[in-house]
Ligand binder design. Sequence first.
Ligand code: HEC
Ligand code: HEC
Length: 307
Amino acid sequence: MNKLYLWGIIVTAVMLLFTYMSVAGSEGGLNGDIVNMLAVAGAVALVLITVFVVIKYVRQMQTDTAEGELADESWDNIGEYKNPVPMGWAIMFLGTMVWGMWYFLVGYPVNAYSQIGEYNEDTQVHNDKFEAQYASITGDRLIEMGESVFLAECKICHGINADGIDGKSADLNRRIEANVVKFVIENGSNNKLLGSEMPMPDRNGLFNANSGALITDAEIDAVSAYVANGMSGAGADVYAGTCAACHGEDGKGMDFVAPSIATFTPELVANVLTYGKKGVMGQMPKFERLNAKQKEAVGAYITDLSK
Ligand code: HEC
Ligand code: HEC
């Protein structure tokens, strides 16, 4: 017998054996229901067709010789026959081009139903309902909502009491810690805390108006303690001479100039959630999945905590 057929039979037998084993081993097995039997029958047919079509072409390749008129060009001694494109190919080629244009312009991408689209529309409807239901809550209810957002999204880094877990992230029971203030004075800050690009200069841009000179190390320590102490104690003169022009005399900030460093405000928290924040403790991620109301609520919660 021809060696090729022998191989064909071996491959067929092995593939059918695998099919049989996987179907027989599956739940329900071969006797389970007709679907399994159909699957096996289909597999037998596919394997047989594949194997024998392959054999046909392998044999043909062994004996075939090319014929026809050679083109004049030869590339590294490789010639090319001037055979016309078979009609079937030409029709398929043109047909694919027409179909491609139809598909691109009229078919799927522009017009079709999409599962993701349906999902997005559905979630949009629900989000709108959510916003409508909670749009007008204020006061204690807003703070409660903020607490639940906090427990779901923030406690993993800020701790269940919002104490920052030993400096792993910001302690939100107070506006700011001395090391954060010091870091910001030394390095400047550009976290879009005001909601847009408005950086705070670093120490080379901070003059103490009282002395008329750049802020010194001792002054930085003093003013950092002053701010972290809730704007009280020593360092008040440095603050008044260096920081008050932007952050206001009481530290509560000024619109479009500098944020409040005396208290949290819902707007500040919302900006931190929208843009994220990188500082001396690390990276606070942005929270795109929270909507405006949720940001406002968690801002109200934190503002209330740090009062
Ligand atoms: C020229 C105006 C200007 C001056 C002067 C200035 N700041 Fe700022 N400060 C800003 C701005 C603007 C930001 C917000 C930067 C940002 O978006 O990251 C900021 C941010 C800060 C922050 C970061 C707040 C946070 O939540 O992380 C601290 C702390 C701070 N300033 C403290 C000071 C102190 C202390 C001084 C005085 C030594 C001072 N600033 C002087 C404009 C100023
Ligand atoms: C992956 C950890 C992580 C998560 C989650 C996280 N934070 Fe933070 N957050 C940080 C870190 C770290 C900082 C300190 C950044 C720095 O070095 O100034 C911070 C700082 C802050 C600040 C202080 C900003 C300032 O200007 O002083 C606020 C407010 C804040 N986070 C609110 C939240 C809220 C609200 C959530 C939940 C919606 C939250 N964070 C979730 C890590 C996190």
